[in-house]
Write a protein that binds this ligand. Structure first.
Ligand code: FHN
Length: 441
């Protein structure tokens, strides 16, 4: 159907989804790991004995901490416990298929040796590249690496949040060139990068840069064919982000699900998307004193399964401390989730949305290739009977336990296209159980 549309030079590049192999790989990840690491890990949410209640990586913007003091922290950056191979192994046992690392957060400090600034690892006591060894370690574990990059940069003198004067515009031109140089530099240095994860693109100044960002995105894609870039990078001609002025998705997948999940498939508009999630309510970088609710592995597994059931990837955040150690709480969660993934990963990898009527016991996921259906049971009914309603003409050919495939089920037909599966799985099983359905073709 012809669409009424606003003419855009820098709107969405595509209607519909990317169907190439790289994007298919992205779609099938299911679970990812986010790592927020930078200078903010050193104060860890405290300055001169005072507690900072905001997100630890924002401490520089806190009135109690002078910017000058923050900007000197690089002189203390010497993470002696940083062991990229141990991080990668932990991510592997968690079951993560991809990892996103903060190459540069809003503070502007670069974890790679950048030719374009002195504010980088080489000028810290640590003195060497962080990103290269990380990429190598994760590549070796078969975990795809994505580079987080904040366009907003509190350290660069040309950075402006808005462009009010001629002087602002001139300064910002320099900043744009710097941003371009850094991005192309990252892709040259780390050519196995699978994609970029952008942030800090909400300021008015950046929202005026539709043409520049469009050209740069094309240049980046030319450097690494198949490169994946989400909806947070470029604005359209009218400064709209994520979706252009015609409502079409900008970039390869929607990046709007931060610390929240869609409720229904309709909420996702049928797009590809990821959800990035903190363990406490809102801490990305290391904060030594987590307050408020801290998610359990059970909650995180439910978010993971819900994401996959709605065609999204779920990305769990880690915030290593100033010495490069991953905190105990995160290590424990990673082990618990990893234990569940060991048994049940088949319900996650390569799986997505199934259009059967959702039931209160949990979530369906469906393997995109085999067509197998997984029932991930979070709320076990008191009578142990799981209701399944199938679309007409689809029957349940084979039903069995994922953990023990020899445990099979004879579904009880309640009505036409409606069944009960009477759970045999132990009530004490750790974490949600998974029942596999092979539907009739
Ligand atoms: O301000 C950042 C925040 O520190 C963190 O990096 C998250 C991750 O998605 N992104 C920004 C807020 O949207």
């Amino acid at each position: 159907t012809p669409r009424t549309s606003i003419a855009l030079e820098h709107g969405s590049h595509r209607l519909g989804k990317r169907t190439d192999e790289m994007m298919q790989t992205w779609r099938n990840y299911g679970l990812g790991q986010f790592i927020h690491w930078g200078l903010y890990a050193i104060p860890g949410g405290h300055w001169e004995g005072k507690y900072y209640g905001g997100a630890a990586e924002w401490i520089r913007s806190w009135k109690d901490m002078p910017n000058e003091a923050y900007d000197e922290l690089y002189k203390e950056f010497d993470p002696q416990n940083f062991d990229p191979r141990a991080w990668a192994k932990q991510a592997k046992s968690l079951g993560a298929k991809y990892m996103i690392i903060t190459t540069k957060h809003h503070d502007g400090f670069c974890l790679w040796p950048s030719e374009y600034t002195d504010y980088d690892v080489t000028n810290s006591p640590y003195g060497k590249d962080i990103i290269g060894p990380l990429v190598e370690a994760y590549d070796a574990e078969g975990i795809d690496v994505y580079l987080y990059f904040s366009v907003m940069d509190w350290n660069h003198l040309g950075y402006r949040s808005k462009l009010e004067t001629e002087e602002d515009r001139e300064a910002y031109e320099g900043f744009k060139e710097f941003t371009r140089n850094q991005l192309l530099e990252l892709l040259d240095l780390y050519p196995t990068t699978k994609g970029l994860w952008f942030d800090g693109t909400w300021d008015a100044a950046w929202k005026e840069q539709a043409a520049f960002a469009d050209k740069l995105e094309t240049e980046m894609r030319e450097k690494i064919p198949g490169l994946i870039i989400g909806s947070r990078f470029r604005p359209d001609d009218y400064g709209n982000r994520h979706f252009d002025s015609n409502g079409d998705l900008m970039g390869d997948y929607e990046q709007g699900w931060e610390r929240k999940l869609p409720e229904t498939f309709e909420d996702t508009k049928g797009n590809d998307w990821d959800c990035v999630m903190t363990v406490p309510e809102n801490q990305w970088g290391y904060h030594s004193d987590w307050r408020g609710h801290v998610k359990t592995s059970f909650e995180l597994i439910e978010m993971l399964v819900k994401s996959v059931s709605l065609n999204g990837n779920f990305v769990m955040n880690f915030g290593p401390d100033g010495q490069g150690s991953i905190r105990e709480e995160e290590t424990k969660l990673a082990a618990e989730i990893g234990d569940w993934m060991d048994v049940n990963h088949e319900a996650i990898y390569g799986c997505g949305y199934l259009d059967w009527k959702k039931q209160d016991w949990g979530y369906y996921t469906k393997n995109r290739e085999t067509g197998k259906v997984y029932m991930v049971v979070f709320n076990r009914p008191l009578n142990g009977a799981l209701r399944v309603k199938t679309p007409s003409k689809i029957g349940l050919e084979k039903v069995y336990s994922l953990k023990e495939p020899s445990v099979t089920y004879e579904p009880e037909e309640v009505h036409k296209d409606e069944y009960f599966i009477h759970l045999k799985e132990s009530k004490t099983s750790k974490g949600p159980v998974v029942i596999v359905i092979e539907p009739t073709k």
